[in-house]
Write a protein that binds this ligand. Structure first.
Ligand SMILES: NC(=O)c1ccc[n+]([C@@H]2O[C@H](COP(=O)([O-])OP(=O)(O)OC[C@H]3O[C@@H](n4cnc5c(N)ncnc54)[C@H](OP(=O)(O)O)[C@@H]3O)[C@@H](O)[C@H]2O)c1
Length: 248
């Protein structure tokens, strides 16, 4: 049994990861800014509660995110993990961040470098977008007369499969940057929009959107996807059929 702290343990990826670690018999603390019976309270931005949350912890899975403050939050965590003599830090990142020049991805890359340069033994796992994130892109447009879909393709993955991999990674020990993981299919934006519209019962027209700039060009070139055999097994269609049952 290993003592593990999961930052972001209350989030989309954190919840199945904490459940998977506990199912394997580990002693798991889930960090949250909130208070409650299932969490240890701490804030990576102010630093409050972080040293206490790390007392006696062997492995840290760093999944917390809040946008553009992530670099500062990660610096706080890294300093505290060093002070607490943590033996393994796992950081989850995103496929293609060095190729797609957007601010959030630059920050992710900066955190990867901080992790690699810190004295704490580490593993970095990059994943493609979760099914739920792709769904959100379309749900967010529910009041639009048309569905806008990006002209590039994506390779969405089930968050449960990312969580399963994280459990393995936590158990295997420090391995540096390991192989990226992605979902079972590379689908065009239009195919993803059609699948969502079919499942959600929307008959609105789908417009494919192309934007200028280096970031969009990198996405058009498929840099957000994983070449070679896929890791994930659960398809976007399977995810949608559970989210939008036909008999609802
Ligand atoms: N979404 C995707 O498609 C995708 C794809 C690849 C990789 N990733 C990466 O996977 C990781 C997890 O993403 P997610 O979608 O699960 O995120 P999420 O659902 O937005 O959850 C964010 C988590 O961060 C915690 N958090 C935020 N600010 C904090 C702070 N100042 N101190 C402590 N905790 C804080 C939140 O905890 P409380 O609210 O309880 O405090 C929450 O548990 C991120 O690194 C993300 O970049 C995501």
């Amino acid at each position: 049994m290993t003592s593990i702290l999961v930052t972001g343990g209350t989030g989309t990826l954190g919840r199945p990861t904490v459940a998977g670690l506990r199912a394997n018999g580990h002693s798991v603390r889930s960090l949250s800014r909130r208070t409650g019976p299932d969490v240890v309270t701490g804030d990576l931005l102010s630093g409050s509660g972080i040293p206490e949350s790390l007392a006696g912890v062997h492995t840290v899975l760093h999944l917390a995110t809040k946008g553009r403050t992530d670099v500062a939050a990660s610096k706080t965590l890294l300093a505290a993990t060093r002070a607490a003599a943590v033996e393994h830090l796992v950081f989850v990142s995103i496929v293609g961040i060095e190729a797609v020049p957007i601010g959030f991805y630059r920050d992710k890359l900066a955190i990867e470098r901080l992790v690699a340069e810190s004295s704490v033994p580490y593993t970095i796992l990059r994943a493609t977008q979760f099914h739920s994130l792709v769904e959100q892109v379309f749900v967010a447009q529910r009041y639009s007369p048309v569905i806008l879909s990006p002209a590039f393709s994506m390779q969405p993955i089930a968050v449960e499969e990312v969580a399963e991999r994280l459990v393995e990674v936590a158990e295997e020990g420090p391995a540096g940057r390991i192989a990226d993981i992605g979902g079972p299919e590379q689908l065009s934006g239009r195919e993803l929009a059609r699948a969502w519209a079919g499942a959600a019962g929307s008959r609105r027209p789908i417009w494919s959107i192309k934007l200028p700039g280096k970031a969009f060009a990198a996405l058009m070139a498929g840099r957000n996807m994983v070449p070679g055999p896929s890791y994930g097994r659960r398809t976007f269609a399977e995810y949608l059929s559970e989210r939008y049952p036909a008999d609802r």
